[in-house]
Design a protein around this ligand. Structure first.
Ligand code: GCU
Length: 127
């Protein structure tokens, strides 16, 4: 099937802001996670069938410190501590891929910051 993009600015954001002040994002902006552990973005996505899916997270991290995040699917935690390393600048976007196991139909994919710096700036996920 054709990959689908799910923009972060259209997701459910807890402790974060939609911003557009760094170029290179897709859609209408990106999410700037608050600089606090526990800040999160949750997407609602649709899967045609149950099973593992590679989820491509497009992000920027203008610092040199890893901004690790933990993922959950439909409230079940994992993988934890996924690295979002520095991309060289806030307008420089990169991707990290996480393999998540989805149910058939509607799923909630949540990415939660685990460090006091919060998450990276997140543009979208693609799956
Ligand atoms: C800067 C940058 C933001 C980023 C923030 C951070 O303020 O402009 O886009 O989110 O740093 O450290 O998280």
């Amino acid at each position: 099937t054709t990959p689908q993009d799910y923009q972060a600015e259209s997701a459910t954001i807890v402790q974060g802001l939609v911003e557009s002040n760094h170029a290179g994002y897709t859609g209408t902006g990106f999410v700037n996670y608050d600089n606090v552990a526990g800040s999160s973005v949750e997407w609602t996505v649709t899967a045609a069938a149950a099973g593992p899916v590679d989820v491509v997270v497009r992000y920027a991290n203008g610092t040199t410190a890893n901004r690790a995040m933990t993922f959950s699917v439909n409230g079940t935690t994992g993988p934890t501590g996924v690295a979002f390393t520095g991309t060289g600048g806030w307008p420089t976007w990169a991707t990290t891929t996480v393999r998540l196991t989805l149910a058939a139909g509607t799923n909630k994919i949540k990415a939660t910051a685990t460090t006091a710096n919060g998450g990276p700036n997140v543009d979208r996920i693609t799956l």
